[in-house]
Design a protein around this ligand. Structure first.
Ligand code: FE
Length: 255
């Protein structure tokens, strides 16, 4: 399995504070069947000072440590980029990083809104050959109340990534149901851990494989795993046309 969203680098953001903690996370990931991780520290985020961080260098330093520890895990550089107006220019200048040097760019929205300029920014990104991947839309208040907004991004060529712990219920039942609804309706195409530690915000890969296979079937699970592989190989990801989710008379998302 390939994890395309993970805060594994030590002492850079709200991920592990020490190298030892990063090693523990890496061991946990490997024990759950993860073979490669795209390290995605927060970038251009108001709460985290990561502007001076050289992700490539930090990733290769940690890679060397993991090899010495005998942990078999390939690391690729990436970022979880908080959306901002000059993202295209930052990518072109190498100040912002795509996932594993691919065309795919992991973009995070504020948790309570989707900025009005996002559509235009995504258009600009795609014009330059990038494909935006929206991080955890199931945890965004606007997508929760108005899935049409997410549908419009996906219809225009964006992808989205659901977090493992949303599917296992760590963020509550509403987020869990929304996460499954987005997957079921083709509004989300990737699953990643967004792990920050070996504590509450950890990988949940073993658990998520079980729940996704049970709810959506083995084929769907394999599609999500293949899509993650396509990201690090910079290959095209084929998706089914998205379907707008609707609620039943009880206010629950229809299956
Ligand atoms: Fe994250």
């Amino acid at each position: 399995m390939i994890d395309i969203h993970c805060h594994l680098l030590p002492a850079v953001d709200d991920g592990p504070e020490t190298v030892e903690q990063a090693i523990e996370m890496a061991k946990r990931a490997a024990s759950e069947g993860v073979t490669a991780i795209v390290v995605t520290p927060h970038a251009f985020h108001p709460q985290f000072e990561t502007g001076e961080l050289n992700v490539q260098h930090a990733a290769s330093t940690l890679q060397t440590i993991l090899h010495k520890e005998g942990i078999s895990l390939d690391l690729y550089p990436g970022q979880e980029i908080r959306i901002f107006g000059d993202l295209v220019e930052a990518l072109e200048k190498g100040e912002a990083l795509s996932l594993a040097g691919s065309r795919y760019v992991l973009v995070e929205f504020p948790s309570d809104s989707v900025p009005a300029y996002a559509e235009q920014l995504f258009f600009g990104l795609q014009t330059e050959g990038y494909t935006p991947v929206i991080a955890h839309p199931e945890r965004n208040k606007e997508f929760a109340t108005n899935p049409k907004r997410l549908m419009d991004f996906v219809s225009s060529g964006a992808l989205s990534q659901i977090t493992t712990s949303s599917l296992t219920g760590e963020f509550g039942q509403n987020v869990q149901e929304l996460a499954f609804t987005f997957l079921r309706n083709g509004l989300s195409h990737l699953i990643a851990s967004d792990a920050h530690s070996t504590g509450r915000r950890t990988f949940y890969w073993t658990d998520v494989e079980a729940v996704v296979t049970k709810e959506l079937g083995q084929d769907k699970w394999e599609t999500y795993m293949t899509n993650a592989e396509a990201i690090v190989k910079d290959e095209f990801i084929f998706i089914d046309p998205p379907v707008l989710p609707i609620k039943n008379w009880r206010g629950k998302w229809k299956k």
